[in-house]
Design a protein around this ligand. Sequence first.
Ligand SMILES: [Zn+2]
Ligand SMILES: [Zn+2]
Length: 180
Amino acid sequence: MELLVISEVHDAELLDRVAEVISEIFGIKVRYSFVDTVVESVDYDISRGQYDAARVVERVRRGFVVKDLVLLVTDKDLYVDGLNFVFGYAPYPVGIISTHRLNPGFYGQPFDPSVFLKRVLTEAVHEVGHLVGLKHCRNPSCVMYFSNSILDTDRKGIYPCGRCVSMAREGVRRLSSSCL
Ligand SMILES: [Zn+2]
Ligand SMILES: [Zn+2]
């Protein structure tokens, strides 16, 4: 079981941490690579000024044979039908996170690398949690708690609660055995 992170945010320090934390929490191997663009102009909705996350994910899923799991990283603003915006979206086996609204600058605040890092880790772990089969958790400090706004993201930790950790490990085992 391997997770491939494909990022248009060219920040090796950030991606090293993402890879490290995901690998530690889920017990899976993580690789990452940088690309010029993850989202394309066809994914753009002019009236909203945002990119359709479902469309991006579907295109990537069709574009190449997904052997394991894929997490896309973009700095563009994302939405899915029915929601004003999303921090991420992850229908198995391809997920995506957007750093757009994780940047303190989006809220008119000065850039703070540690705040930004924690937010990116939180959203990355959350979406990978979905990829391995986790649903939203009612525990507000669990990473799988649904984030309605950046306040939820900032309040919850980057780690799943005990119950979600064991379900995630079970999910990884199930996926690994079906990959054989
Ligand atoms: Zn979620
Ligand atoms: Zn939980």
